[in-house]
Design a protein around this ligand. Structure first.
Ligand code: GSH
Length: 252
């Protein structure tokens, strides 16, 4: 897809999410160990789960399982018994859960603020919107591409509906590059101010959100996506630069 159409369709995807996957509730019930998600970036059922992970401010190791992928699909099958995605593994409770609705209900129950979720909300509202997003993205983030396997998972600051972070996550998924996803959903009005304007108008602003604060301390600002590669000690923002870096280092 040419650059402008690519951005337009990612931005349209953000609009179709109707605000989900952008903000985070300040959630006291964080798991001790990061969750693990066997995931396909372009799969509508996986996306609704990731939206809730942004909302509940959960860190998660993403094991990308694109179609015909060989790196993590066999692992998922060993753990859960079949190749169906999303598959959530929670090392804190030893739970392994299939079915997007069941995963979302579990996340709200264990890591939410006591709210429950109905099937009307998940299957009736969120999933159709997510199918629309996958459609406008032409189902990117589904097909496998050859890559060099990193020794350690990468680390990505992102929130689900960021149109820029989406490009990077699609690339990571298609190339089966695992990563620790550090969610940085927005919690305050200042988080909605574009990063460059924020730096200029609110130079003393400190986010009240753990990952946002961590990213500010690391890079001086919160711009998403932001990639850290523990294999090369390189870190960077800007989706286009990150994609160039990934192509140079991991594409075959
Ligand atoms: N009802 C399931 C549907 C999951 C599903 O159909 N996922 C597809 C991907 S979008 C899948 O796992 N396909 C098998 C495969 O890719 O091998 C849910 O809500 O989680």
């Amino acid at each position: 897809m040419p650059g402008i159409l690519n951005f337009a369709s990612s931005f349209l995807g953000t609009l179709l999410a109707e605000g989900r996957g952008v903000s985070a509730t300040r959630n006291p019930n964080h798991p001790i160990l990061p969750l693990e998600l066997y995931d396909m970036e372009g799969c509508p059922f996986c996306r609704v789960v990731r939206e809730v992970m942004t909302q509940l401010d959960l860190n998660v190791i993403i094991y990308p399982c694109p179609k015909k992928g060989t790196r993590f699909r066999p692992m998922a099958e060993r753990i859960g018994g079949k190749q169906q995605f999303p598959l959530l593994v929670d090392p804190n409770t030893n739970k392994r859960i299939y079915e997007s609705h069941d995963i979302i209900a579990y996340l709200y129950e264990f890591y939410g603020d006591g709210r429950t979720v109905s099937k009307v909300s998940t299957m009736g509202i969120r999933t159709p919107a997510s199918i629309a997003i996958s459609t406008v993205r032409l189902y990117k983030g589904i097909k496998v591409r050859k890559s060099i396997e990193p020794k350690q998972p990468l680390i990505l600051y992102s929130f689900e509906s960021s149109p820029f972070a989406r490009f990077v996550r699609e690339y990571l998924c298609e190339h089966e590059l695992p990563y620790l996803l550090l969610n940085v959903g927005r919690t305050q009005w200042q988080d909605y101010v574009p990063p460059l304007v924020r730096q200029y108008l609110l130079p003393d602003f400190k986010p009240n959100h753990k990952n946002r604060l961590g990213l500010t301390e690391r890079s001086g600002n919160v711009t998403v996506p932001y990639l850290i590669d523990p294999n090369t000690q390189i870190e960077m923002g800007e989706s286009a630069d990150i994609l160039d870096y990934l192509k140079e280092n991991y594409a075959v």
